[in-house]
Design a protein around this ligand. Structure first.
Ligand SMILES: C[S@@+](CC[C@H](N)C(=O)[O-])C[C@H]1O[C@@H](n2cnc3c(N)ncnc32)[C@H](O)[C@@H]1O
Length: 362
């Protein structure tokens, strides 16, 4: 690459001064070459990396062309602290900001960026977050039942100890596709009366009593932990808002690339791109179909997934799917309701549609 930034070592863990214990496993950037190609990073320009993590994508974008500038965001203060060495190396070409990627427009304004040539989101948690027991994402190591990426808001323990049985079951079913969601929710509500849930082990043990697995199956708590993490961090709401924000921030010809690890996220990206490129099916029951807003065009075949060599080197890439689209000249559209519907639980969907109809009965 030869521009001071090399993609080698991009997967290095956080720098020494980061306030986290232990030696987290390095985060290996997923589908890196494919993401750089999808962004057109070699052509030069301004890029927004909405999920800085360990800086793997950002470092590679900076290395792809000496004229590239990057605004990188992460809601995790540890990721921001870990990225300061790269900011120093970047001699003014990298701005790093602690914020949600749904707030990318404010962040761009504050950092003095205008429209972008490329925006990338690599949704989900980093290896560092997963591997630090204290963050409470892991069912393999005991830690506080937290799961917050940012340092604020409702924790997993708050949901498990205070949410209604129905809400817990809905979260496990819709965000985790856990078939035994109702049984698990009932057991949680019974057990928490005797002793509130405080640790990841407590919850993983309860789920292990209910979800039976055979050798070779994933850990019984995998789906439930994923579901709680998505709820705690409003990951799907964040994605829905960020897709629309990216549409407003991209230049004509600019590219949006999204890597997701969860079928609901991938469906949201697919539905958004389809709707905004005129490929959305619409509803045959809708009396009048508004003309589609063709603010993106799709070139090539998506999703792109990891090849055998990447899978052998990085098992985390197993469920990664990359989709990308190119911004057109067309003005951004209104909120794509089908995308927001995918992000919400059935109860929230029903009350949103009641409110829309002006009946708001509950
Ligand atoms: C999979 S990692 C990204 C790894 C990165 N591409 C790399 O190569 O090192 C996801 C990162 O996105 C951050 N993140 C997830 N959701 C976010 C959101 N809504 N806003 C900002 N950051 C978010 C997480 O804190 C985590 O650090």
């Amino acid at each position: 690459m030869g521009h001071g930034f090399s993609t080698k070592g991009a997967d290095g863990g956080p720098a020494d001064h980061v306030s986290v214990p232990s030696n987290p496993a390095p985060h290996i950037p997923v589908l890196l070459a494919e993401v750089l190609a999808a962004l057109g990073a070699e052509a030069g320009g301004d890029f927004l990396d909405g999920t800085f993590g360990a800086g793997g994508y950002t470092r590679a974008i900076l290395g792809a062309n000496p004229a590239n500038r990057v605004l990188a965001l992460d809601r995790d203060p540890n990721a921001i602290a870990g990225g300061q060495a790269l900011v120093a190396e970047g001699s003014g070409r990298l701005v790093l900001a602690e914020t949600e990627f749904s707030c990318m427009e404010d962040a761009a304004r504050e950092a003095g960026f205008g429209a972008f040539d490329g925006i990338v989101l690599d949704i989900g948690v980093s290896s560092m977050q997963l591997d630090q027991a204290l963050r409470g994402f892991s069912f393999r190591q005991d830690g506080p039942l937290d799961m917050r990426m940012a340092a604020e808001g409702e924790s997993a323990a708050d949901i498990v100890n205070h949410a209604s049985e129905t809400r817990i079951a809905d979260i496990l079913y819709h965000y985790g596709e856990e078939r035994l969601s109702r049984l698990i929710a009932r057991a949680i509500v019974t057990d928490r009366k005797a002793k509130p849930f405080e640790t990841t082990r407590q919850l993983a043990d309860l789920i292990g009593r209910i979800v039976r697995t055979r050798p070779g199956d994933i850990h019984p708590a995998t789906r439930s932990f994923q579901a709680l993490r998505i709820a705690v961090n409003d990951e799907l709401g964040e994605l829905a808002r960020a897709l629309h924000a990216a549409e407003r921030l991209l230049k004509p010809g600019g590219r949006l690339a999204v890597v997701s690890f969860h079928s609901l996220e991938d469906r949201m990206v697919k539905v958004f791109f389809a709707a905004r490129s005129g490929r959305g099916g619409g509803s045959r029951y809708a009396p009048v179909q508004a003309a589609p807003v063709t603010s993106f065009r799709i070139e090539g075949k998506w999703p792109v997934t990891a090849g055998e060599a990447e899978l052998a080197a990085n098992p985390r890439a197993r469920s990664a799917k990359l989709r990308a689209a190119i911004r057109t000249e067309t003005a951004p559209g209104d909120e794509e309701t089908s995308v927001f519907a995918l992000a919400s639980l059935p109860d929230e969907r029903a009350s949103a549609s009641r409110a829309k109809k002006g009946r708001g009965r509950r």
